[in-house]
Design a protein around this ligand. Structure first.
Ligand code: UDP
Length: 383
């Protein structure tokens, strides 16, 4: 049986650790931070409110195996995420739906009327949207784009939406009915005791040891039969092709009495408001009751050397750099690169788990056959 090293105790590292431990391998998980859970980390504050320490994490998936997996390790409470937005002095429902359209244009359109109207104001000359702006103009037209997407996106990504790929906006639906769920997936939930508890349960196995406050690096790969790297791919190679760009987030936290904003997430779409959104954590647990409340005002900026990376930027320059790192990584025989940071992709928690399960299946087979485990199980340069 092999001795496996895993750098990072987020969902990727924990799931791979568990699957390989159950197959009889010995696993050393190491994380540079003083807690497990990566950016999904949750922790109750002094008032007992479960805080999503690195910003809002809502679990949603269409993958039955992922849903079954998380339910094995914790209690998932049904939770339907709904977001509100402030734009030009008024409150709206998001993602853009029939209520948003009717409120915005002061109409009482039916679904068919709204669809015909939006079609009439959308720029249908754009047949294949490439940029974020193309995509928005193509689907909702200039007025809705400027109210809800342009300012928010500039603040979130630090560049003009004409420089961003259409795929970022493709995350958000536009609906011509009053359905205002933020996500379309059949399973949507929040971990009752926090995601950190789920990850702790995944890691709770006699063949797994976890060490916090310690970093691994490329030089450590040789001390294991194989290493899984869930940290930044550029950090593994000591940034020899420069640093891949990320956005990081700053949170201004405040504690108040009662209910601060009446919903879990309120987006601030106007460009002249410096933050992107306010998260009020207790509303992620409507089954709990708290007199006090904690809010996070969220600011996005370019990630510096000592900041925590959140969103991979993946513009043309970064993709070129990524290509160089992927080439180096493909030559590593003793390491596999996984997860949001290891493959430099914007991954939701469920996709992270889905991919980690696939990696574990492939790795188990390779280890059993005494073959080397591939450097990647996805193409980081793909979409
Ligand atoms: N977005 C926007 N206005 C909003 C919400 C989102 O323009 O009110 C854009 C923005 O570019 C963002 C993307 O849509 O990065 C995806 O939004 P999502 O809510 O999925 O972002 P996340 O919660 O992952 O940060």
């Amino acid at each position: 049986m092999a001795h496996i090293g895993i750098a990072g105790a987020g969902f990727s590292g924990a799931v791979i650790a568990r699957e390989l431990a159950e197959a009889g391998h010995d696993i050393s998980v190491v994380d540079a931070r003083d807690h497990i859970g990566g950016n999904s980390h949750t922790q109750r504050n002094a008032d007992g409110v479960m805080v999503h320490v690195y910003g809002p994490h809502i679990f949603h998936t269409q993958h039955q195996n992922v849903w079954d997996y998380v339910n094995r390790f914790g209690v998932m409470m049904p939770y339907n995420h709904r977001v509100k937005a402030l734009a030009k002095g008024r409150a709206y429902s998001l993602p853009v739906n029939l209520l948003t359209i009717n409120q915005f244009f002061n109409k009482t359109f039916s679904p068919a009327e709204a669809e015909a109207f939006v079609h009439s104001i959308a720029d249908t000359t754009i047949s294949t949207p490439i940029t974020f702006e193309d995509q928005a103009l193509r689907f909702v037209g200039r007025d809705l784009y400027e109210a809800f997407f342009k300012g928010y996106t500039k603040k979130q990504w630090g560049v003009d939406p004409t420089e961003l790929p259409a795929s970022i906006l493709a995350r958000l639906p536009v609906r011509f009915n009053y359905e205002d769920s933020y996500f379309n997936h059949p399973y949507q939930a929040i971990a009752r005791d926090g995601y950190t508890e789920i990850i702790a349960a995944i890691l709770d196995h006699p063949r797994i040891t976890v060490e916090l406050g310690k970093s691994l690096g490329r030089a450590d790969a040789a001390s294991f039969d194989h290493m899984f790297w869930t940290g930044p791919i550029d950090a593994y190679f000591d940034y020899e092709h420069g640093r891949l760009g990320y956005r990081t987030l700053d949170f201004e936290s405040e504690v108040h009495d009662g209910d601060y904003q009446g919903c879990p997430v309120l987006n601030y779409c106007d460009e002249d408001v410096p933050f992107t959104r306010i998260t009020e954590h207790k509303h992620f647990a409507p089954w709990e009751s708290h007199d006090r409340t904690v809010i996070y005002r969220e600011f996005s900026r370019l990630c510096g050397e000592n900041d925590i990376p959140y969103y991979p930027i993946r513009l043309v320059k970064e993709k070129e750099q990524l290509g160089q790192y992927v080439e180096l990584a493909r030559r590593e025989t003793n390491a596999t690169f996984v997860g949001r940071l290891g493959t430099y992709r914007y991954l939701d928690m469920d996709v992270t788990i889905f991919e980690a399960l696939k990696v574990a299946t492939g790795a188990k087979e390779a280890l059993m056959n005494r073959e080397s485990v591939p450097s990647f199980f996805v193409d980081p340069l793909g979409s």
